[in-house]
Design a protein around this ligand. Structure first.
Ligand code: ATP
Ligand code: MG
Length: 282
C-alpha cells in the first residue's frame, strides 16, 4: 500500500515550517529524514500522525485521505502509525508491562484501560513484545527506573502492541549512548525487515541514516532538498541539506564542528504536546 504526501504544507504564523512536501512511500520502506534543526522534520512526522494539521496539501494511505479522517477513523489511523519520541514518553511510575499494554489503548475503551483492566491475551502479547526486544526481565519494574536504551525499547514494544502499519520515530536515539543507539536502531530495522512495517525516522546523524535507511529524505527550510539512496548522497547533497549559507549566516549554532552532528531539537520540541493526551495525565 502506498503512502502519499502531496504538497503538504504547515505554517506557524508567517513561518513556513513545512513547505509543499511531496513524497510517495511504498509499504515496507525504511526512510530516514535528515536536516538541520528547524528544517521541519518533526512537524512533518506530526502531520503524518495527525498530531498536527497541515495548513494545506493532502496525505493518502492506500487511497484513503488521512488528512480528512475524523473520530474513530482518525483514532484507527493514529493506531496504524505508532509514534516513538526522543524522550520515550513512558509513564515512569507504572511498570513496564503496563506501559507496553497502554499501546492497546486505542483498541478498546479508554475507561477500561485507565482502570488498568488488561486481559490475559494483552499481557501475553505485551510479554512477547518485550521478549522480542530482549527486555522481558524488566516487565515488573517501574519504567522510570530503566536506562534510556531500555526505555526506548519499551516504547518500541508499546508501539508494536498497536499492530502498526507504520512506525514514526522522531529522533529515537538522540538521547542514547552509541551502544544503546545501535540496539534501538537494530530493533527498528528488525521490525521493518521482519514485519514489513514502514519506518520513517528523523535522525540527527548522517551516519545512522546511511547505515540503516534504504532511502534518505533531506529537508532544509521546510522543503525536501534530497530524496534518494544513501549511495546518492554526495558531498554536494549533504551541503545542500545542512547548508553553508551563501549569505554568510553560516552554520546553525546548534551544529558541531562537522556538518554531520546536528544537535536535536531543544526542550520546546519535546513538550507535552508530543504526549498522547491520554497518557499525559496518568
Ligand atoms: N508549535 C509551533 N509553533 C510555532 N512554530 C513552530 C511550532 N512547531 C515548530 N515550529 C517552527 O517550525 C520550524 C520547524 O520545526 P520542527 O520542530 O519541525 O523542526 P525540526 O527539523 O524537527 O528541528 P529539530 O532538529 O530541532 O528537532 C521551526 O522554525 C520551529 O520553530
Ligand atoms: Mg525535531
Amino acid at each position: 500500500m502506498m503512502f502519499e504526501l502531496k504538497n503538504v504544507t504547515r505554517r506557524f504564523g508567517k513561518k513556513l515550517a513545512v513547505d509543499s512536501v511531496t513524497l510517495d512511500i511504498p509499504q515496507g520502506q525504511m526512510v530516514g529524514i535528515i536536516g538541520r534543526s528547524g528544517a521541519g522534520k518533526s512537524t512533518l512526522l506530526r502531520m503524518i500522525n495527525r498530531l498536527q494539521e497541515p495548513s494545506s496539501g493532502t496525505i493518502h494511505f492506500g487511497g484513503v485521505e488521512v488528512s480528512g479522517l475524523h473520530g474513530k477513523a482518525l483514532r484507527n489511523w493514529q493506531r496504524d502509525c505508532a509514534m516513538i519520541f526522543q524522550q520515550f514518553n513512558l509513564v515512569p511510575r507504572l511498570d513496564v508491562l503496563t506501559n507496553v499494554m497502554l499501546g492497546r489503548l486505542n483498541h478498546r475503551s479508554t475507561m477500561l484501560s485507565l482502570l488498568n483492566v488488561f486481559g490475559r491475551e494483552e499481557r501475553i502479547q505485551a510479554i512477547a513484545a518485550l521478549e522480542r526486544l530482549g527486555i522481558e526481565q524488566t516487565a515488573l519494574q517501574a519504567a522510570g527506573t530503566l536506562s534510556g536504551g531500555q526505555q526506548q525499547r519499551v516504547a518500541i514494544a508499546r508501539a508494536l502492541m498497536q499492530n502498526p502499519k507504520m512506525v514514526l520515530a522522531d529522533e529515537p536515539i538522540a538521547s542514547l549512548d552509541p551502544l544503546n543507539a545501535k540496539i534501538v536502531m537494530d530493533a527498528l530495522r528488525d521490525i521493518n525487515e521482519r514485519e514489513g512495517i514502514t519506518v520513517i525516522t528523523n535522525l540527527h546523524t548522517l551516519d545512522t541514516a546511511r547505515n540503516y535507511c534504504e532511502r534518505i529524505v533531506g529537508m532544509a527550510g521546510g522543503r525536501v532538498v534530497f530524496d534518494g539512496k544513501p549511495s546518492e548522497l554526495t558531498t554536494e547533497a549533504v551541503k545542500e541539506i545542512y547548508g553553508t549559507d551563501k549569505d554568510g549566516a553560516g552554520i546553525d549554532e546548534t551544529m558541531t564542528s562537522t556538518a554531520i552532528n546536528i544537535a536535536p531539537g531543544g526542550a520546546e520540541n519535546q513538550s507535552a504536546g508530543d504526549q498522547p493526551l491520554a497518557l499525559a495525565g496518568l
